[in-house]
Design a protein. Structure first.
Length: 148
């Protein structure tokens, strides 16, 4: 099931790629229904906080009419950064599934596991490396194009 939803998040990431943004996509699923989908719009909208996760969380909260998303799963094509990891704690997301690590900006496992901090009162289930190769290829293709 995780792979099915990650493929949809990868479709969102492709939208970022086509718009010239770092290709990151996210979807939020609740009760086996997609309730939000988003992609990175940082460059497009000239706004540093318009990461796929933030946009998807905002949509999900509106759809559910609550900021409590403990019964939801977020699928993200790249390991969340510090800001997005904080947002996942704040909305109490039930489960995070991500495709590939971000050695430079990742704050779930690569640099520091913010979500597993003992001082937090919420700890989501974390699954990583779902559709890893597909996400890595999309990211590599994007940065290769940017360098040329």
């Amino acid at each position: 099931m995780d792979e099915k939803y990650m493929k949809i998040a990868l479709e969102e990431a492709q939208k970022s790629f086509q718009a010239g943004d770092v290709p990151v996509g996210a979807i939020v699923v609740c009760n086996d229904q997609i309730i939000a989908r988003a992609h990175n719009c940082k460059e497009k909208n000239k706004n540093a906080v318009e990461h796929a996760e933030i946009l998807a969380i905002s949509q999900a909260c509106q759809k559910m009419n609550t900021w409590h998303l403990e019964n939801c799963t977020i699928y993200v094509t790249l390991e969340p950064c510090l800001m997005c990891a904080g947002a996942l704690i704040q909305c109490r997301i039930g489960k995070l599934v991500y495709a590939t690590e971000s050695e430079k900006f990742g704050y779930v496992g690569s640099i520091s596991n913010v979500l597993d901090n003992k001082n937090n009162n919420h700890h989501p289930i974390i699954v990583k490396n779902v559709c890893k190769e597909s996400s890595q290829k999309l990211l590599k293709d994007f940065f290769k194009d940017k360098r040329n």
